[in-house]
Design a protein around this ligand. Structure first.
Ligand SMILES: Cc1cc2nc3c(=O)[nH]c(=O)nc-3n(C[C@H](O)[C@H](O)[C@H](O)COP(=O)(O)O)c2cc1C
Length: 220
């Protein structure tokens, strides 16, 4: 059983009332908003020549960081590539058929995971000492970092869409080269790239089928 301090007990009560008030005062998203986020949203292959401001990038991160991760470990690290010289460095690592799609994007997020994420656990999970669980098990540490950074990458895409942007996720690149170029002398590894910006509808590919409920799901 975890013993909470009085301050922590107050924080629990505040979190519960904040959440209850929000739910009591909210409707589910409209069909249109669900379509924009999921049903009709598309992966982008080209971009309009329209800037994405640094403030917008920061706003995306501020919501992305609130998505859940196991033991609140928050392993994702983001590099936002905007400048031409940094784009040129990234270009070296791209598969040929991804070059044009990436180079024309106003912002490319390199979504990585920090294998030293547990160094932050005393801040992120202060009521329990979980760092040794990760430090002492390299395989579990890697799986946790990769799983949760992938989730955070997905939150990043959904937040970007919710704020009116489009996304072009991409794993067709040389991870080792990206790591050497952008995460040198760290324990951060690249997971995937995600272009963000205002998509060029004329570059959208045909919609590919998805698996039906009965092919992918089972209710037991
Ligand atoms: C993690 C990830 C990696 C991807 N890698 C690439 C890629 O290297 N090149 C590419 O053109 N598209 C890539 N895509 C885009 C997928 O092909 C696309 O999301 C999928 O076909 C669904 O398209 P839709 O969202 O427009 O329906 C990737 C998507 C994800 C989520």
């Amino acid at each position: 059983m975890i013993e909470l301090t009085d301050e922590q007990k107050n924080a629990v009560a505040k979190a519960q009332s904040t959440f209850t008030d929000l739910k009591n005062d909210s409707d589910p998203l409209s069909d249109k908003h669900l379509a924009l986020l999921f049903g009709e949203a598309r992966s982008m292959n080209g971009w309009q020549d329209k800037e994405v401001s640094n403030d917008m990038v920061k706003s995306i991160y501020e919501l992305t960081k609130m998505g859940p991760t196991s033991t609140n470990c928050c392993p994702a690290r983001f590099k936002f590539i905007k400048s031409d010289d940094q784009k040129q460095l990234l270009k070296e690592a791209l598969l040929p058929n991804n070059v044009e799609k990436v180079m024309s994007a106003p912002v490319i997020a390199i979504i990585g995971y920090d294998l030293d994420f547990s160094d932050n656990m005393s801040k992120l999970f202060p009521h329990m000492d979980v760092a040794p669980m990760y430090k002492g098990n390299a395989e579990f540490n890697q799986a946790t970092a990769f799983r949760n950074s992938s989730l955070q990458g997905a939150y990043f895409m959904m937040v970007s869409r919710a704020l009116g942007l489009d996304c072009g996720p991409m794993s067709g690149f040389n991870n080792d080269l990206v790591d050497q170029t952008f995460f040198k002398d760290t324990n951060i590894k690249s997971n995937f790239l995600c272009c963000i910006g205002y998509g060029d509808p004329s570059k959208i590919f045909m919609r590919l089928p998805r698996l039906d409920f009965d092919d992918a799901c089972e209710i037991l």
